[in-house]
Write a protein that binds this ligand. Sequence first.
Ligand code: GRF
Length: 213
Amino acid sequence: MTTNPLPIAVLISGNGSNLQAIIDAITNGLNATIKIVISNNADAFGLRRAEQAEIPTKIIDHTAFKTREAFDDALKNCIESYDVQLVVLAGFMRILSNNFVEHFHGRLINIHPSLLPKYPGLHTHEKVIENKDKKHGITIHFVTNDLDLGPIIAQSKLSVDPDDTAASLKEKIHLLEHRLYPKVLEWISAGRLTLQNDHVLIDGRQAGNVEIS
Ligand code: GRF
Protein backbone atom coordinates (compact mmCIF):
# COMPACT_ATOMS: atom_id res chain seq x y z
CA MET A 1 0.00 0.00 0.00
CA THR A 2 1.47 3.39 -0.89
CA THR A 3 0.74 6.29 1.42
CA ASN A 4 1.28 10.01 0.94
CA PRO A 5 4.77 11.25 1.81
CA LEU A 6 5.02 12.30 5.46
CA PRO A 7 5.14 16.12 5.53
CA ILE A 8 7.88 17.30 7.90
CA ALA A 9 9.58 20.47 9.08
CA VAL A 10 13.28 20.29 9.93
CA LEU A 11 14.73 22.75 12.44
CA ILE A 12 18.47 23.45 12.37
CA SER A 13 21.04 25.87 13.73
CA GLY A 14 24.26 24.85 12.04
CA ASN A 15 25.97 22.50 9.63
CA GLY A 16 22.89 20.43 8.83
CA SER A 17 24.58 17.11 8.07
CA ASN A 18 21.57 15.29 9.54
CA LEU A 19 19.31 17.40 7.35
CA GLN A 20 21.47 16.31 4.40
CA ALA A 21 21.10 12.66 5.40
CA ILE A 22 17.31 13.09 5.43
CA ILE A 23 17.35 14.89 2.05
CA ASP A 24 19.46 12.07 0.59
CA ALA A 25 17.20 9.40 2.09
CA ILE A 26 14.17 11.07 0.50
CA THR A 27 15.98 11.12 -2.85
CA ASN A 28 16.57 7.42 -2.34
CA GLY A 29 12.95 6.58 -1.57
CA LEU A 30 12.15 7.58 2.03
CA ASN A 31 8.43 8.37 1.92
CA ALA A 32 8.61 11.88 3.37
CA THR A 33 8.71 15.44 2.11
CA ILE A 34 10.46 18.37 3.78
CA LYS A 35 8.00 21.25 3.59
CA ILE A 36 10.25 23.76 5.32
CA VAL A 37 13.69 24.05 6.88
CA ILE A 38 13.79 26.61 9.67
CA SER A 39 16.94 28.00 11.24
CA ASN A 40 17.38 30.46 14.10
CA ASN A 41 20.80 31.25 12.66
CA ALA A 42 21.08 33.04 9.31
CA ASP A 43 24.59 31.64 8.77
CA ALA A 44 23.65 27.98 9.23
CA PHE A 45 25.22 25.96 6.42
CA GLY A 46 22.16 23.70 6.51
CA LEU A 47 20.20 26.52 4.86
CA ARG A 48 22.48 26.22 1.81
CA ARG A 49 21.91 22.47 1.76
CA ALA A 50 18.14 23.03 1.74
CA GLU A 51 18.35 25.64 -1.02
CA GLN A 52 20.49 23.28 -3.05
CA ALA A 53 17.73 20.69 -2.75
CA GLU A 54 15.07 23.33 -3.60
CA ILE A 55 13.44 23.10 -0.20
CA PRO A 56 11.88 26.30 1.19
CA THR A 57 13.79 27.87 4.09
CA LYS A 58 12.96 30.35 6.79
CA ILE A 59 15.19 32.20 9.22
CA ILE A 60 13.63 33.06 12.56
CA ASP A 61 16.33 34.87 14.50
CA HIS A 62 15.83 34.31 18.22
CA THR A 63 17.75 37.49 19.06
CA ALA A 64 14.97 39.53 17.47
CA PHE A 65 12.51 38.44 20.18
CA LYS A 66 12.23 39.77 23.73
CA THR A 67 11.34 36.43 25.32
CA ARG A 68 11.80 32.74 24.65
CA GLU A 69 8.01 32.40 24.53
CA ALA A 70 7.67 35.08 21.84
CA PHE A 71 10.31 33.32 19.71
CA ASP A 72 8.67 29.94 20.23
CA ASP A 73 5.27 31.38 19.28
CA ALA A 74 6.68 32.71 16.01
CA LEU A 75 8.32 29.34 15.40
CA LYS A 76 5.09 27.48 16.16
CA ASN A 77 3.02 29.70 13.86
CA CYS A 78 5.56 29.31 11.07
CA ILE A 79 5.61 25.52 11.39
CA GLU A 80 1.82 25.29 11.52
CA SER A 81 1.49 27.36 8.35
CA TYR A 82 3.25 24.53 6.47
CA ASP A 83 0.80 21.85 7.57
CA VAL A 84 3.38 19.31 8.67
CA GLN A 85 2.78 16.15 10.63
CA LEU A 86 6.19 15.96 12.23
CA VAL A 87 8.79 18.43 13.49
CA VAL A 88 12.34 17.09 13.29
CA LEU A 89 15.02 18.77 15.40
CA ALA A 90 18.37 18.27 13.70
CA GLY A 91 21.01 20.23 15.58
CA PHE A 92 18.56 22.95 16.64
CA MET A 93 20.39 24.71 19.46
CA ARG A 94 17.53 26.44 21.28
CA ILE A 95 15.73 25.12 24.33
CA LEU A 96 12.02 25.08 23.54
CA SER A 97 9.42 26.36 26.01
CA ASN A 98 6.83 24.11 27.64
CA ASN A 99 3.99 25.57 25.57
CA PHE A 100 5.76 24.79 22.32
CA VAL A 101 6.65 21.26 23.40
CA GLU A 102 3.11 20.54 24.61
CA HIS A 103 1.62 21.96 21.41
CA PHE A 104 3.64 19.48 19.32
CA HIS A 105 3.36 16.57 21.76
CA GLY A 106 3.88 13.31 19.86
CA ARG A 107 4.92 15.21 16.71
CA LEU A 108 8.31 16.50 17.83
CA ILE A 109 11.50 14.41 17.72
CA ASN A 110 15.14 15.12 18.46
CA ILE A 111 18.50 13.48 17.88
CA HIS A 112 21.04 13.63 20.68
CA PRO A 113 24.70 12.58 20.59
CA SER A 114 24.77 10.36 23.68
CA LEU A 115 23.20 7.23 25.05
CA LEU A 116 20.47 8.98 27.01
CA PRO A 117 19.74 9.20 29.89
CA LYS A 118 23.52 9.51 30.09
CA TYR A 119 24.85 12.98 29.24
CA PRO A 120 21.90 15.21 28.40
CA GLY A 121 22.98 18.71 27.32
CA LEU A 122 26.19 19.77 25.59
CA HIS A 123 29.77 18.42 25.23
CA THR A 124 28.80 14.76 25.23
CA HIS A 125 31.93 13.56 23.37
CA GLU A 126 34.21 15.36 25.82
CA LYS A 127 32.36 13.76 28.74
CA VAL A 128 32.77 10.29 27.23
CA ILE A 129 36.54 10.87 26.92
CA GLU A 130 36.85 12.39 30.41
CA ASN A 131 35.02 9.48 32.01
CA LYS A 132 36.88 6.87 29.96
CA ASP A 133 33.60 5.32 28.83
CA LYS A 134 33.87 2.17 26.76
CA LYS A 135 30.62 2.84 24.85
CA HIS A 136 29.16 5.94 23.28
CA GLY A 137 26.20 6.44 21.01
CA ILE A 138 23.16 8.38 19.91
CA THR A 139 19.52 8.61 20.86
CA ILE A 140 16.44 9.63 18.93
CA HIS A 141 13.55 10.54 21.18
CA PHE A 142 10.23 12.31 21.39
CA VAL A 143 10.65 15.72 22.96
CA THR A 144 8.96 16.40 26.28
CA ASN A 145 9.53 19.13 28.82
CA ASP A 146 12.50 17.30 30.34
CA LEU A 147 15.45 18.47 28.29
CA ASP A 148 16.86 15.58 26.23
CA LEU A 149 14.96 13.03 28.30
CA GLY A 150 11.73 12.31 26.40
CA PRO A 151 10.59 8.78 25.48
CA ILE A 152 13.32 6.98 23.56
CA ILE A 153 12.56 5.73 20.04
CA ALA A 154 15.93 4.27 19.08
CA GLN A 155 19.58 4.21 20.04
CA SER A 156 22.74 3.24 18.25
CA LYS A 157 26.06 2.42 19.96
CA LEU A 158 29.75 2.35 19.18
CA SER A 159 32.83 1.18 21.07
CA VAL A 160 35.24 3.90 22.11
CA ASP A 161 38.80 3.15 20.95
CA PRO A 162 41.74 3.94 23.26
CA ASP A 163 43.02 6.57 20.80
CA ASP A 164 39.65 8.27 20.25
CA THR A 165 39.38 11.99 20.90
CA ALA A 166 36.29 14.16 21.23
CA ALA A 167 36.82 15.12 17.57
CA SER A 168 37.11 11.54 16.30
CA LEU A 169 34.04 10.54 18.32
CA LYS A 170 32.08 13.43 16.86
CA GLU A 171 32.82 12.14 13.37
CA LYS A 172 31.90 8.55 14.21
CA ILE A 173 28.74 9.65 15.98
CA HIS A 174 27.66 11.65 12.95
CA LEU A 175 27.89 8.53 10.80
CA LEU A 176 25.55 6.69 13.18
CA GLU A 177 23.16 9.63 13.22
CA HIS A 178 22.98 9.79 9.45
CA ARG A 179 21.84 6.16 9.33
CA LEU A 180 19.42 6.19 12.23
CA TYR A 181 17.43 9.39 11.64
CA PRO A 182 16.19 8.32 8.18
CA LYS A 183 15.36 4.88 9.62
CA VAL A 184 13.16 6.38 12.33
CA LEU A 185 11.48 8.65 9.78
CA GLU A 186 10.76 5.57 7.70
CA TRP A 187 8.95 3.96 10.67
CA ILE A 188 6.97 7.13 11.32
CA SER A 189 6.02 7.62 7.66
CA ALA A 190 4.83 4.00 7.54
CA GLY A 191 2.61 4.73 10.57
CA ARG A 192 4.46 2.15 12.65
CA LEU A 193 5.42 4.41 15.51
CA THR A 194 3.13 6.05 18.06
CA LEU A 195 3.46 7.66 21.44
CA GLN A 196 0.93 6.60 24.05
CA ASN A 197 1.11 7.78 27.66
CA ASP A 198 4.77 8.60 27.08
CA HIS A 199 5.57 5.08 25.86
CA VAL A 200 6.83 4.52 22.36
CA LEU A 201 4.90 1.86 20.50
CA ILE A 202 6.06 0.14 17.34
CA ASP A 203 3.37 -1.67 15.40
CA GLY A 204 1.08 -1.11 18.43
CA ARG A 205 3.39 -2.88 20.86
CA GLN A 206 5.64 -1.41 23.48
CA ALA A 207 8.99 -0.95 21.76
CA GLY A 208 11.44 -0.83 24.59
CA ASN A 209 14.58 0.78 23.26
CA VAL A 210 15.06 -0.28 19.70
CA GLU A 211 18.73 -0.44 18.95
CA ILE A 212 20.47 -0.36 15.63
CA SER A 213 24.20 -0.91 15.64
C1 GRF B 1 24.24 16.33 15.98
O1 GRF B 1 25.34 15.70 16.57
C2 GRF B 1 23.01 16.13 16.81
O2 GRF B 1 23.01 14.96 17.57
C3 GRF B 1 23.02 17.31 17.75
O3 GRF B 1 23.56 18.36 16.99
C4 GRF B 1 24.40 17.84 15.96
C5 GRF B 1 23.94 18.45 14.67
O4 GRF B 1 24.80 18.16 13.60
N1 GRF B 1 21.71 17.55 18.28
P1 GRF B 1 24.38 18.58 12.11
O5 GRF B 1 24.07 20.07 12.13
O6 GRF B 1 23.21 17.77 11.71
O7 GRF B 1 25.59 18.29 11.29
